[in-house]
Structures are given as C-alpha cells and as structure tokens.
Design a protein around this ligand. Structure first.
Ligand code: E4P
Length: 217
C-alpha cells in the first residue's frame, strides 16, 4: 500500500519524506487555510519536495469553474493532481479533464455508486472518507473493500485513496482490504512506527548490557 501524507505543512512533509515513506500528498481547502500562505506557493513547494502525486483541490462548484481552475493548477507542477468534489458538475469536469490528460482525484466519496461514477468519468484516484463515515455509524473500511472489488471486477486502473483516516486501526484495516493508497495525517504517521513495548524493550536491553559490561571488567 502506498502512503500519502494528508497535510499542507512543509515541515511535516520534509520530516516524514526524509524517512522515504511518502509516496504522495493530499491537501484540501481546510489544510491549505491552516498554513496562511498563498495556495499556489504551497502546492509548488510540496511538489518540489515529494516526487509522487500531490492533490490540490478546486473551489468552484460548477464544471466550467472547476475546469478553469484545474487547467491552471495543472500548470504548477508535473506531479500535481487536481482534486474535484463528487458532484454531477464534478463528474462533468473530470470527464473533460481526463480527456485532456489532466489527472484528477475525486473527493468526498461515501458510496460504491459514487466511486463507480467517478471511475467511469475518468478519475485517476477516488477518495472514500473513512472517518466521516464512521462518525455517522457507517463502516468506512467496508466501503474501501467493496470499492476495491468493483474496480478489480472490471479491470479499472483508478486507484483508491483511503482518506479521512483517524487511527492505526483504519490504516491496518484498509491495508488488509486492499486499498491502493492511504492518506495519513502528519500527527498519525509517527504512531505507525512506534510502540511502548519497543521503547521499554530497548531500555531493558540497554540496562542489561550495562550490567554485562560491568561484570566483564
Ligand atoms: C483527503 O483527501 C482529505 O484531505 C482528508 O483525508 C479529510 O480528512 P478529515 O475527514 O479528517 O477532514
């Protein structure tokens, strides 16, 4: 499974990218607004740090506005992907943009049908939102499992980005059900490689090593 970082924070991206763990980045208007810097500047900087796909979302609500924004965003970097909301107008835009060779990530997917429609329209990526589904008592992981089955049934090349990931359980489960990608908030990433028993195990070993060295003198 590929790991994307779900953040627009440059420091966070640089730190985790140094570990060789970042296959791409996803942003959204909320994440960009937290940085207090111009949208274009932030996206260009992220695209220069990370080699993989970097999603930047349009603000327009009708297809014409979305297409105009998308064409502009697509000039910012080779690895930029335009994020389009899952609406009728969004589908119209995705269809036109994909025919122009502009990569899209259709966001705010909550059902199999929405995922299938976005895929058929030509989306490069679809983003089911796990956490927000769990918040309303639905099962986000099941949606990812079912979407993967549907894509595989018909040989679609569209990739699933498990989004709105809130905890390690989400990540482990979407890996099990075959999500192509999971996008992970910067705050959650370090939890993927840490465990208190690892830390206490290292302490125990070092303590015993000190005793051993003392005895060997
Ligand atoms: C994904 O592309 C979105 O930016 C993100 O995962 C949304 O997560 P949230 O539901 O925690 O805001």
């Amino acid at each position: 499974m590929k790991f994307f970082l779900d953040t627009a924070n440059i420091e966070e991206i640089k730190r985790i990218n140094e570990l060789g763990l970042v296959d791409g980045v996803t942003t959204n208007p909320t994440l960009i607004s937290k940085e207090g810097r111009p949208f274009e500047e932030v996206i260009k900087e992220i695209c220069s740090i990370v080699k993989g796909p970097v999603s930047a979302e349009v603000i327009g609500l009708n297809a014409e506005e979305m297409i105009k924004e998308a064409r502009e965003i697509a000039t910012w970097a080779k690895n930029v992907v335009v994020k389009i909301p899952m609406t009728e107008e969004g589908l119209k835009a995705v269809n036109i943009l994909s025919n122009e060779g502009i990569k899209t990530n259709v966001t705010l997917i909550f059902t199999i049908s929405q995922g299938l429609m976005a895929t058929k329209a030509g989306a490069s990526f679809i983003s089911p939102f796990l956490g927000r589904l769990d918040d309303i008592g639905s099962n986000g992981v099941e949606l990812v499992r079912n979407l993967r089955t549907v894509l595989d049934n018909y040989g679609y090349e569209t990739e699933i980005i498990a989004a709105s990931v809130r905890n390690i359980g989400h990540l482990e489960s979407v890996a099990e059900v075959g999500s192509h990608i999971a996008t992970v908030p910067g705050s959650l990433f370090p939890k993927l490689w840490s465990h208190p028993l690892t830390d206490s195990g290292i302490e125990d070993f070092l303590e015993d090593w000190k005793k051993y060295e003392r005895n060997m003198k």
